[in-house]
Structures are given as C-alpha cells and as structure tokens.
Ligand binder design. Structure first.
Ligand SMILES: Nc1nc2c(c(=O)[nH]1)N[C@@H](CN(C=O)c1ccc(C(=O)N[C@@H](CCC(=O)O)C(=O)O)cc1)CN2
Length: 163
C-alpha cells in the first residue's frame, strides 16, 4: 500500500562508482554504502502517479477501485488530521475511502466486532485503525485483529518487518 511503499531509498555503490559530492559515505562491514539525500516531494509525487495509474488500470479493466476503511476512536485532534490526510491521499489516487468514527467510550469488544465485520467484507480491501486508541483498549490486540491481508499499516505481528 501507499504508506508501506513510501520507503527510504538507500543507494549502494560498487567500489569504483562515480562519487557525487552531495553523497555521504557510510562504511559497513563488507560494502561501502552511500546515503543519498532524497527529494521527498518528488518521490511522493512519483508514488502518487504510479498508484494512480495502477488504480486507473484496474477500473478500465472493469474492476472496482480499491476501498480503504479508516477507523478512528475518540476525538484526538491530531488523529483527526491524520485520518483526513489519508482520505485526501486516497482521493488523489482514486481509492475509495470510508471513515468509521467511534466515540471515545466505545468498548474494545465493539471495536473488535467492527474490525471483524470489515475483515470479512469483500468490498473492503484495506483497514487502518488510527492510533492512539483510548487507554482502556489494547492496541496490540486490536492491530492483530485486522487480518494480515487487509492490514494497511503493517502493524499485524505477521506483517511487521515485511516491506
Ligand atoms: N494507524 C496508524 N496510527 C498512527 C500512525 C500510523 O502510521 N498508523 N502514526 C502516527 C500518526 N501519523 C499518522 O497517522 C503520523 C504522525 C507523524 C508523521 C510525520 O511524519 N511527522 C513528521 C512531520 C511530517 C510533515 O511535516 O509532513 C514529524 O513529526 O517530523 C506521520 C504520520 C500515530 N498513529
């Protein structure tokens, strides 16, 4: 997914590769690696472009656009902004998005039921539970309730560490 595909790009060079002066050297055990300053806006723009073309391709083949569901619990203003930004990013790419905004006093079992419904809903491709959750909830348990195939953040124990 978009967020997971936004990775830091490290450029490794062979010993005799031309050395750009803006490049800093890092010496690892075997290889010489150079970290290159990244133009974040350009990389983000390229990723938007790439994903947008992918979605356009899917739709032109008669498939529906991917559907992302965002779950927000409580009224944390920062979480509100992050969720809004994520739906904006989805819109820009052509991904459908839906927000489920639950009150702060929602019980954990109600949240888990919602996650389970979304897990089995064939019209939902990705699920993102915005953190932090209210103090009475166990974030690890909730993150692991999202099935790995729909786990947009990669927070499920089976997805952590995968690229
Ligand atoms: N379900 C998730 N919940 C939360 C995540 C997450 O990845 N998934 N991360 C944070 C909140 N968050 C996104 O949701 C987030 C917070 C901060 C940043 C970030 O890059 N901050 C930069 C500034 C970036 C900028 O200026 O554009 C910084 O602090 O230096 C990104 C995402 C917790 N919840």
């Amino acid at each position: 997914m978009f967020v997971r595909r936004c990775v830091l790009r490290l450029v490794t060079y062979e010993r005799h590769t031309h050395v750009n002066t803006s490049v800093r050297c890092l010496h690892l055990t075997q290889n010489r690696c150079r970290a290159q300053l990244m133009d974040g806006k350009k990389v983000a723009g390229d990723i938007y472009q790439e994903l947008s073309s992918e979605v356009t391709g899917m739709v032109s083949e008669g498939r529906r656009a991917p559907h992302l569901v965002l779950v927000r619990v409580g009224a944390d203003p920062a979480s509100g902004s992050y969720v809004k930004n994520k739906t904006r990013a989805a819109d820009k790419i052509g991904i459908q998005s839906t927000i489920h905004h639950l009150p702060a006093d929602t019980s954990q079992s109600t949240l888990l039921s919602l996650v389970n419904q979304l897990n089995i809903d064939p019209d939902v491709d990705g699920i993102l539970v915005q953190l932090p959750l209210p103090g009475h909830m166990e974030e690890k348990l909730v993150c692991n309730a999202v099935i790995p195939e729909k786990d947009v953040d990669g927070f499920h124990v089976l997805n952590i560490g995968k690229d």
